[in-house]
Design a protein around this ligand. Sequence first.
Ligand code: NAD
Length: 465
Amino acid sequence: MSVTPAQQDVLRSFSPQSPRDLIGEFRTASASGVQQAVDRARAAHREWWELGAAGRAGCLARAARQLEARREEAAALVVREVGKPAAEAAGEVARAISILDYYAQAAYAATGEVYPPSSAGLLITQRRPYGVAGLITPWNFPLAIPLWKAAPALAAGNAVVLKPSPESPGCAELLAALFAGALPEYCFAVVQGGSDTGRALVDSADVVSFTGSDRVGRGVAAQAAGRSVSAQCEMGGQNAAIVLEDADTGPTARLVALAAMGYAGQKCTATRRVIVVGEGRDFGPALIEAVRSLAPQPPDAEGAVVGPLISEPARERVLRAVAEARAAGGRVLAGGEAPDGEGWYVEPTLIDDLPADHALSREETFGPVATVHHVRGIDEAVELANSVRFGLVTSLHGRDLDRLLLAAGALQSGLIRVNAPTTGVEFYAPFGGEKDSSYGPREQGLAGLEFFSSSRTITIAPHGR
Ligand code: NAD
């Protein structure tokens, strides 16, 4: 059950495709409400930790089965609350179940190392939970992101207090309900609200994991550092897809178009810049055609790939960015308009002829917009890809393995995907970016378990020697 003991306000969540469709009203937590939730979680965490690996594994597996039993309801809520196309929403629920199952088993992972002692006895390390993990999450993966933080935090023996995005409170309540049926009381709590609630959580948690924009993430990192609390912050990207001369035109164009425009470009890993290597290529026209084929549709329509933006201000930001690009000499190759009618839709938009230092090429615009750049050679492509302050993910497309490997080695990017879209994340492998895209240790996989636990070094010598 959601714990919001000291209430101060009400949050209303509306559907982005049908903005009059009220999903629900949710009580927000004041600073004292957050403190109360953290205090209760801290007290509950001792019992949770003492359950042992098998106990925690059983509870996480129970949460997985409960989500499985409600998978259609969960996917429908993701579609309705954050406008995610139905097939992707079903995929997110499937991934969420796998994350819970994976970390249920990961609860049994080794929690220390053995070193040779300097004299007789033992020299070992042991990982232990911090206490309360404070999680702050965005709305675009409203089940998967909270779970890829909460499941390792819980598996490692922490209790969790989650502050979800004010754009996806309904999905967070669903998670609270799942955990309420699977975990001891107060081990998982949701505190609803915006920036004040988030700040209060960073002020009271024992370890902090954040995903969201780099502007907010930098503040969270500084605030946590001020309390000497460990933090990991996963932030934005300005991801490039580099298309080499020997890439297959049609399939690569379709793959890059989907990576840029799928879910209306509302993924941190979406392709924002397409860098085409070589003169006289037919790749440009193929990309335009592939992007034009991705017309916005209601997210529950059969075969929908591009739904609405999350909100009216989000749509305004995207349309303003396109207008500024046009004013700076950018050529709109596809899209560029908001279709008439209900919902916060924008046509998938491709722009070229922009100066490389234009804001649209350098800063993240969280929507279905990508810029196209033409360069002569692979070195120039890598230099352009690296020229922004972000370094989350870069994709490379081509056949010549030597050139692909050389380029991959020179990229400043936390994830490099060869002949794969920039989008797509494997929850069992470490995830994170370089430069302004990330702060602190990696998340997901076993890296997640490590982040949510603290290592101590223990020396045991024989008595009386
Ligand atoms: P956001 O930064 O506006 O909000 C993220 C979360 O932080 C929300 O829960 C918000 O309420 C909270 N928050 C806001 N101000 C705060 C403060 N001062 N202190 C504490 N918490 C605060 O981001 P968003 O609009 O929800 O999500 C979109 C952004 O998330 C994009 O920049 C995207 O690239 C990024 N993102 C990154 C990843 C990744 O793994 N790298 C994944 C998904 C989204």
